[in-house]
Design a protein around this ligand. Structure first.
Ligand SMILES: [Zn+2]
Length: 475
């Protein structure tokens, strides 16, 4: 194709602060409507803003994790427009002196590496919220007005909807690892606005930029970007005129529709916020923020493969959230068997977490105890089957797995003379299978092993049973 898609993304993330951006009102999801407001965040005359230092720190933390530089002097601007959910008639944002700028992130989609440049990560305040009722009335709610909002803007480097999805998933993971945002799209804590246009690979001319709004989930972002790329290709082929505009996603019809002709920065008449002095982040402070950044999910994933020898798949699942990754590492260390620890954490442990509605840091079962259970399997004290049978109870009780095993008398039978006798009985009880094994049909051994396991309630050491039976049947 002669035209290449150019997609850029603006992501807004609500920051995990306890108070709003320029006042002391609490930031809470699900509070009583208009209960968290004061003269500053509803813009009463004479109210003066005071910046929230924690919010500034969280944006710098994110910017540094994305490889950005921190501005030497960062200014707030007024972005002027009228809307009922914006009581001041302007939003305090940043313009040409953002807190952080110029980063990159390296990712992979369908096995193909790609690099996205981060233009800036800056700080602004959220607006209120309008709810339009079916009887024609509209309600305005200001609890969200003034909540600290980080905006992360990329260069238009994405060439497909798949790349956009990979980036958003990684960004959400990163924001959660850094503890800067819940990044929950369903609560509106993370919102995303793509811009899409096409550029002629040779001539360099491009179609007008289209911004898409009203995207409530990762899947919808993916669908909308795909649709818009196709729509612009179609317009080019059919000589349909296009214009710079804002379109919204209509999920019923699965298409974008025109919302308004795009406003330019001039329409907002940005000017420096006269009530706030520029922020000058001290180098020492920036360095202390840098030092507090934990190992990031992409690095951690790579280390899980190189240090523990885990498959890529395991590494990706385990590092998806930080507490799960921490849990795995502690279990791996206690068991001395990372691959088994990974299987247990991703399998039975994750199942029990969801059954009980818990997370790795709230459940009773400590990773050290899970590690001990794995060690007991590996040293032959219990079989994997027994471990699985007791796991639901073990998950609820926690503590020393040896206690449950002792109480229930579930130690594996590894006493050779005891097993010899059971094996003799098993051969006697299964003469046909025994003859088949003697005749070289190894498959028939299963029936005899099954008999031994049944007799011992699954407690016979399977390795030893196999060895004894093979010897007795002359193999
Ligand atoms: Zn307030």
């Amino acid at each position: 194709m002669a035209y290449r898609p150019m997609v850029g993304l603006e992501v807004h993330a609500q920051l995990l602060t306890t108070s709003k951006m320029f006042c002391g009102c609490p930031v809470e999801f699900g509070s009583e409507p208009n209960g968290n407001c004061c003269p500053v965040c509803i813009g009463l005359p004479g109210a003066l803003p005071v910046p929230n230092k924690k919010a500034v720190e969280l944006v710098i933390r994110t910017g540094l994790a994305l490889g950005c530089q921190v501005g030497e002097s960062c200014r707030f601007y007024r972005k002027n427009y009228f809307y009922p959910d914006l009581a001041k008639n302007f939003q305090i944002s940043q313009y040409d002196e953002p807190l952080t700028f110029g980063g990159t992130i390296e990712l992979e989609a369908d096995g193909e590496p790609f690099t996205i440049r981060i233009r800036r990560a800056h700080l602004e305040e959220d607006t209120g919220k309008n709810t339009h009722l079916s009887d024609g009335r509209s309600l305005v709610e200001y609890n969200r007005s003034g909540v600290p909002l980080m905006e992360i803007v990329t260069e238009p480097d994405f060439t497909s909807a798949d790349q956009v999805r990979v980036y958003l998933l990684e960004l959400r993971r990163l924001l959660r690892y850094l503890g800067v945002s819940t990044a929950n799209m369903e609560e509106g804590a993370m919102r995303c606005e793509p811009t899409v246009n096409l550029v002629d690979r040779e001539a360099g001319n491009a179609t007008p930029k289209v911004e898409i709004k009203n995207l409530a989930s990762f899947r919808v972002v993916h669908d909308a970007v795909s649709y818009e790329i196709e729509r612009q290709h179609w317009c080019l082929e059919h000589d349909e005129p296009m214009r710079q505009e804002t379109r919204r996603w209509n999920s019923t019809e699965q298409k974008t529709t025109s919302m308004r002709v795009k406003e330019s920065a001039d329409d907002y008449m940005y000017f420096p916020e006269p009530d706030l002095v520029p922020i000058v982040p001290e180098a020492e402070w920036v360095e202390s923020i840098r030092a507090s950044i934990p190992e990031l999910p992409l690095q951690r994933r790579a280390r899980f493969v190189s240090a523990y020898g885990l498959p890529e798949y395991d590494a990706e699942v385990l590092t998806d959230n930080r507490v799960m990754a921490d849990y795995f590492e502690a279990a791996a260390e206690a068991s001395g068997d990372p691959k088994s620890a990974s299987n247990w954490v991703m399998g039975d442990f994750t199942y029990q977490l969801s059954e009980h509605g818990q997370t790795p840091d709230t459940c009773t079962l400590r990773p050290e105890d899970l590690g001990r259970l794995i060690a007991l399997i590996n040293d032959g004290t219990i079989s994997t089957k027994i471990a699985k049978d007791i796991f639901a109870e073990f998950f609820e009780r926690g503590g020393d797995p040896g206690a449950i095993i002792n109480e229930k008398g579930l130690e594996q039978i590894s006493d050779t003379s005891e097993l010899e006798a059971i094996c003799d009985a098993a051969i006697e009880a299964n003469p046909k299978a025994a003859d088949d094994v003697r005749a070289g049909k190894q498959k028939a051994l299963g029936a005899i092993v099954g008999f031994v396991m049944k007799e011992t309630r699954g407690q016979a050491n399977p390795g030893l049973v196999n060895e004894i039976l093979q010897r007795k049947l002359g193999q």
